[in-house]
Design a protein around this ligand. Structure first.
Ligand code: AMP
Length: 405
């Protein structure tokens, strides 16, 4: 792709985007909107070697005391060996311990908490028993889909309580007393306030992508919701990062937790990264259009900063003849789901997204991530480019930057 970027190798040597080498400019924080991220952070020519370290699981799924039906459903999903987080966290979750799982999206953490929970739920009559909180509607939806796949033949039911969807229907679902409630904090709080969501029988509480829920300002809602659950519950806490504020939450919500770390720095090392210089929006669009016409750009996730900008960019790409969908907070739940489906199924070559909308989504085989607008923080950058180069696949990420003067 040599025609579009600025060279990449500064000072004649490849630069890596390693976290360690980064120091923010004096007086600037690397948190929050508008923070400065040095362009060298978006360059990583040193793609990790092709031979990937294969995780050696110490358990097989049959080692766990799951019922034949659950085992059958696991097999049906094509899961043969447990992933690292499943292998390491499931024994503790089965034992009833509180667990902190430091794991990225795409590592199989959903099944790591769902399978032990579902095994435990079989035969239990007290409802609802499990509450799963996630930062976005899409993530909640994905957890629910996985739950339903595993629940075939088990007579276990879920209700999904997320914003942007019809609340009356959710109330109806809650009144049917589901075993598992999956929701986003804002909507869960609303349902509690209406007296429709009662949490006194919750025995397992899952906080998924807790770091993102904090970033999104859900802390007060989370505190209120967690406060309404029984103190003797089991708490499972998943986060990709562990910051001081996350530590505080852990101390507040978990008892004597086991910490499992399967997160590796490999996510970004894996991805070839480079910058593309452009001095205006028009130039960015022109260069982007050129790139997208190339065959290798088969499944491209483009990030923009604002809901409006994301929609406009997607419309512009459509006008230029590309099949593009947009996903952002101004879209209804069903619109977002339709967009996501068409991107996942390769009907749309391009999906343009905001950070919030794309967070946590599991989209296989993304060939390129393009940062049309720069991310607000380096952490957001890592999350964005983590959408490509999943597993053993190699991916590429390009970030538009202003030209050097
Ligand atoms: P998650 O991190 O839970 O979003 O999972 C990422 C993807 O990996 C999903 O598509 C899962 O269905 C898949 N997955 C999870 N666990 C396994 C496993 N043990 N074997 C194969 N695929 C898995």
């Amino acid at each position: 792709m040599p025609n579009y970027h600025s060279g990449g190798h500064r000072n004649g040597r490849p630069q890596r985007a390693g976290v360690r080498s980064f120091s923010p400019k004096p007086g600037r924080s690397n948190k929050g909107r508008g923070a400065y991220i040095h362009p060298s952070k978006f360059i990583n020519k040193a793609v990790a070697p092709a031979e990937e370290v294969i995780y050696q699981a110490s358990h097989t799924f049959s080692d766990f005391a799951f019922s034949p039906t659950l085992k059958h459903n696991i097999e049906n999903k094509g899961y043969v060996t447990p992933s690292a987080i499943q292998d390491q966290a499931m024994p503790y979750i089965i034992d009833g311990k509180d667990v902190i799982g430091l794991a990225n999206t795409g590592t199989g953490k959903t099944a790591a908490f769902l399978l032990p929970i579902m095994e435990r739920l079989t035969g239990i009559t007290v409802k609802p028993t499990v509450l799963i909180m996630a930062p976005t509607r899409e993530l909640a939806q994905q957890i629910n889909e996985e739950f339903r796949d595993f629940a075939v033949g088990l007579s276990l039911f879920s209700a999904i309580c997320v914003g942007g969807a019809n609340i009356d229907r959710q109330i109806r679902d809650l009144r049917r007393r589901p075993n598992v409630i999956i929701g986003t904090p804002g909507r869960l709080k609303d349902l509690m306030k209406r007296g429709e969501l009662k949490l006194r029988d919750i025995s397992v509480l899952v906080l998924d992508e807790a770091d993102r829920m904090l970033d999104m300002g859900f802390i007060n809602d989370i505190r209120m919701i967690v406060g309404a659950t029984p103190a003797d519950r089991q708490t499972l806490f998943f986060s990709a990062t562990i910051t001081p504020s996350i530590r505080l939450l852990v101390q507040e919500f978990l008892k004597d937790p086991v910490e499992i770390q399967t997160r590796t720095a490999e996510t970004s090392e894996h991805v070839e990264q480079d910058v593309i210089e452009a001095s205006s929006k028009e130039e960015k669009l022109e260069k982007l259009t050129k790139m997208l016409s190339e065959e290798e750009f088969s499944k491209v996730l483009v990030f923009g900063e604002t809901k409006y900008g994301v929609q406009r960019l997607s419309d512009q790409l459509e006008k230029s003849g590309f099949k593009s969908v947009a996903i952002h907070g101004n879209k209804s739940q069903s619109q977002r789901q339709r967009a996501l489906k068409s991107f996942k199924q390769n009907e749309a070559q391009i999906m343009v997204a905001t950070d919030v909308a794309a967070r946590g989504l599991d989209i296989p085989n993304v060939s390129h991530v393009i940062n049309f607008d720069q991310p607000a923080t380096y952490e957001d950058y890592i999350h964005r480019i983590g959408r490509t180069g999943r597993g053993s696949a190699s991916g590429k990420a390009y970030t538009f930057v202003a030209p050097r003067r």
